[in-house]
Design a protein around this ligand. Structure first.
Ligand SMILES: Nc1ncnc2c1ncn2[C@@H]1O[C@H](COP(=O)(O)OP(=O)(O)OP(=O)(O)O)[C@@H](O)[C@H]1O
Ligand SMILES: [Mg+2]
Length: 457
């Protein structure tokens, strides 16, 4: 495999290798074509010579004679480049004229002609033989003419050189066109890379897709989706940092103040008092941090998808409800659970759903009347419902939307709580494609928060 870090170089190399291989193949084909035609041309001349020599064979009184004037023979044998040999022999008389060493070709029928390659006087020759039966001699005569191969190989070479020059030129042009084609073809990609490279690191805006080929558009779409998610996560993180800085400042200042007061307290009573205040401030700081982190975890800008599993709302309510029994006992609240016998399953994240339910129970136990009643309810059906109901002061209808805003608390509320619980509830519900409804409790006393799930699993 060709490994190249540059797409350009890799493509050029692959295409270049293919082109050179094609040229090499073409060269081999050209060589054989050239050889074929060189043989064709010189073979014709050799056949003519053989036939001419055969004309000089005569039969006198049953005796074969080869009768060619010396001058004619000289003319026949004259060649500046190659050496020419001939031989006349007959079945009965044996060698008659010419070159005794010239090898015989295989058997030929009378009147036939045979072309072959042979070796004589230490060199390769082209051998043409014919067989004739002159007069009434009753004897068959073989006339052979041979010629060395110098002219043929020279002609072959000349044809090859003549053909190779334009082919090498063509290869050059083809390589140039391939080079231009590769650069043109990859231009959208290199432009895209240059565009992304020149970007400011804080620029998370989508990469424009117009004018891009189909293959790169998929890539760009994926990059853009990633950029969008990254942008969301960064926004969520910024919001968290801003909220944390803002919301933790006050309780931390209080912690510091009460700690200093405790240190400087003149007597045990005021020290106790300062320590109690310090404890409250620390609890509040812890609550704010915990709620801020919970909200950051559920921020849909930070998480694009949650892993949904089948969760049974009945057992969830039972498990989370149990955790809150001590708090209910503290305030002497009658904490009840109404769960149907059959399973009520929804697709959800158990940890997030527990967090959601905890916040609703926390509110009911906190804002409900001491000695009152809080009920946790699960209802099945195509749209499963999870509700928490109390008989406290309730929420005025005009406030029922605002209480879901971050940090919003009813003006009547005291120091406890930081106004994030219902925002967390709403985010978690949204992640589960569920809605949160607020209404009054039975007899319009207290309040009831109901999470309605999209579809039962
Ligand atoms: N069951 C309820 N009965 C009466 N008022 C409620 C009830 N639940 C919520 N509220 C009002 O809505 C406000 C917002 O509730 P939320 O849970 O968002 O914040 P919080 O309870 O003040 O703080 P925390 O983030 O600690 O939960 C509360 O301050 C309270 O005034
Ligand atoms: Mg709350």
């Amino acid at each position: 495999m060709i490994v190249s870090r540059s797409l350009h170089a890799g493509l050029l190399l692959r295409l270049g290798v293919v082109l050179v291989l094609l040229l090499a193949l073409d060269g081999v084909a050209s060589y054989f074509t050239a050889l074929h035609f060189a043989n064709l041309v010189y073979d014709r001349w050799l056949i003519d010579s053989t036939r001419s020599l055969a004309q000089a064979v005569r039969s006198e009184h049953g005796l074969i004679e080869f009768d060619l004037p010396r001058v004619a023979l000289k003319v026949f044998q004259f060649d500046e480049v190659d050496k020419t040999y001939f031989k006349v022999s007959s079945g009965r008389q044996g060698f008659i004229a010419g070159d005794r060493d010239l090898p015989d070709s295989g058997p030929i029928p009378v009147g036939g002609l045979r072309l072959s390659f042979a070796t004589t006087h230490g060199q390769r020759v082209r051998l043409v033989s014919t067989r004739i039966a002159p007069g009434q001699a009753g004897d068959a005569v073989t006339v052979s003419v041979a010629e060395s191969l110098l002219k043929r190989s020279t002609l072959t070479r000349e044809i090859l050189v003549g053909m190779a020059a334009p082919q090498i030129g063509l290869l050059g042009i083809a390589l140039l066109l391939v080079w231009i084609g590769v650069f043109r073809g990859l231009k959208p990609l290199t432009d895209l890379a240059a565009q992304i490279e020149s970007r400011d690191q804080n620029n998370l805006s989508p990469v424009p897709q117009s004018g891009l080929p189909r293959e790169t558009r998929v890539l760009v779409a994926r990059i853009n989706a990633l950029l969008a998610r990254l942008g969301n996560a960064m926004r969520a993180q910024k919001r968290f940092v801003a909220d944390a800085a803002h919301q933790l400042r006050t309780p931390l200042a209080a912690v510091l103040l009460h700690a200093e007061r405790a240190e400087r307290a003149p007597d045990t009573t005021s020290e106790r008092e300062a320590l109690r205040a310090l404890h409250r401030s620390v609890k509040r700081t812890a609550r704010v941090s915990q709620q801020l982190l919970a909200l950051a975890r559920t921020d849909p800008e930070a998480i694009s998808a949650i892993e949904l599993k089948s969760v049974d709302l009945g057992s969830l309510a039972r498990r989370v409800g149990e955790e809150w029994i001590p708090r209910a006992l503290e305030r002497e609240i009658d904490f009840g659970l109404a769960v149907p016998d059959e399973q009520v399953s929804v697709a959800g994240d158990e940890r997030l759903l527990s967090e959601m339910l905890s916040n609703l129970i926390d509110n009911a136990l906190r804002y409900g009347n001491a000695g009152g009643r809080v009920t946790l309810m699960v209802e099945g059906g195509p749209h499963p419902r999870l509700s928490v109901q109390d008989d406290g002061p309730g929420i005025p209808p005009e406030e029922r939307t605002r209480i879901f805003e971050r940090f919003y608390r009813l003006p009547s509320e005291g120091g406890e709580g930081c106004g994030l619980g219902l925002a967390i509830v709403e985010e978690i519900a949204r992640l589960h494609k569920a809605t949160v409804e607020v209404s009054g409790g039975p007899d319009n006393r207290g309040s009831r928060f109901t999470v309605v799930f999209g579809l039962a699993t």
